[in-house]
Design a protein around this ligand. Structure first.
Ligand SMILES: [Zn+2]
Length: 107
């Protein structure tokens, strides 16, 4: 429908050597490890979101142009989900990956 949805190709880079880290931060993408896998997490500033999404965390719609979080399993980009920022972080709280006080082995 709208041809503008294709990936913008405006990355013209001259010195690649230096640019690795910078590119990571400009794309706002990070890797998070969760119980159910490795997630790629992308922060959407809002200006780039041009349609409403339903957040799987609270089952509410994320209005257009709202900053939010997109996350997907590393190997499954087609399974991308759009989350409210707060819902994504709540999800992380629900499933702590490092603290295991509750399930700590007691001998
Ligand atoms: Zn939500």
């Amino acid at each position: 429908m709208s041809p503008r949805k294709a990936k913008p190709k405006r990355k013209v880079k001259r010195d690649i050597t230096h640019d690795d880290e910078r590119e990571l931060s400009t794309s706002n993408e990070s890797i998070e490890e969760h119980d159910d896998g490795i997630f790629v997490v992308r922060k959407i500033s809002g200006s780039t979101s041009n349609k409403p999404y339903r957040c799987p965390g609270c089952d509410q719609v994320i209005p257009m142009a709202t900053p939010h979080t997109v996350a997907w399993l590393e190997h499954d980009q087609s399974g991308r989900r759009h989350w409210h920022n707060i819902c994504w972080s709540k999800r992380n709280l629900r499933k702590p990956k490092v603290e295991r006080t509750r399930s700590a082995p007691r001998y």
